[in-house]
Design a protein around this ligand. Structure first.
Ligand code: HPA
Length: 270
């Protein structure tokens, strides 16, 4: 694994003139944020050695280097989901590459089902914490001390200062910002009503099929993390209707300008 990380990060260092200190992962339906990035350099995942290739519709696979909010950033347009069949090491490989490149801040976005009864479709939820219900842990197995400690602390997996900044910016911009706990599950099925009820009961506000593995590895790598869920459907008893991937993509796309506005402003300020 260390050799693969070295090889891939050396490849990217040779391609990228100025390595940013911030990376963004764009989730389902959120790839449009890419249009707001200026002076883009686009590297398809297929050209990056050791990078898995994204398979799901609506997740084009590109690494994008450019400026957002006047700052150099690196963005992943499309991520790797566990349900696609990748191992946890593959799902989180890009985070290891970010670490090797010296990335300090990781911004993550996803589409999620809302379980908090005060949530509506199209709301943005600032993730304050998560519950990991994936069946496999990305740090299981040999620990490489040069990458991080064996037993990482997760008491502030989502950086408090960044969260406060996001809340302040949302207020200034008059953007409604929900906050809560993200439950990470493997999918690919959406939840049954009983499962939504269970996830709500154990303390979840939103549920989705990504983010948790990447955030765990980013914490192992001591990055500062900020993450947002776009609520694309509701897992609230009495409001549950049939949901499709297309509905999720559409709802995410509609809400993404608000999330982009918050992200751009934070990047400008850090
Ligand atoms: N459940 C799980 N993942 C999701 C959902 C959901 O309701 N909506 C978008 N991603």
């Amino acid at each position: 694994m260390l050799e693969a990380i070295r090889q891939t990060s050396n490849y990217l260092k040779s391609k990228i003139e100025e390595i940013p200190n911030t990376a963004i992962i764009l989730g389902t339906g959120l790839g449009e944020l890419v249009h707001e990035i200026d002076d883009k350099q686009i590297i398809p995942y297929t050209e990056i050695p050791n990078f898995p290739v994204s398979t799901v519709e609506g997740h084009s696979g590109n690494l994008i280097i450019g400026t957002l909010g006047g700052k150099k950033i690196l963005a992943m347009q499309g991520r790797f989901h566990y349900y696609e069949g990748y191992s946890m090491q593959q799902v989180t490989f890009p985070i290891r590459i970010f670490q090797a490149l010296g990335i300090r801040y990781l911004f993550v976005s996803n589409a999620a089902g809302g379980m908090n009864p005060s949530f509506d479709i199209g709301d943005i939820m600032l993730i304050e914490d998560h519950i990991n219900l994936f069946p496999e842990h990305p740090l299981r197995g040999k620990n490489y001390d040069e990458l991080g400690t064996r037993f990482p602390d997760m008491s502030e997996a989502y950086d408090k200062k960044l969260r406060l900044m996001a809340m302040e910016i949302a207020k200034e911009k008059n953007i409604k910002l929900q906050h809560g706990v993200y439950v990470g599950v493997q999918g690919p099925t959406f939840e049954t009503p009983a499962e939504y009820h269970f996830f709500r009961t154990i303390g979840g506000d939103a549920v989705g099929m990504s983010t948790v593995p990447e955030v765990i590895v980013a914490n192992h790598a001591k990055m500062k993390v900020l993450a947002f869920s776009i609520i694309t459907d509701l897992g609230v008893i009495g409001k549950i209707v049939e949901v499709s991937h297309e509905d999720v993509q559409k709802a995410a796309k509609n809400a993404q300008p608000k999330m982009a506005a918050i992200m751009r402003e934070i990047i400008q300020r850090i």
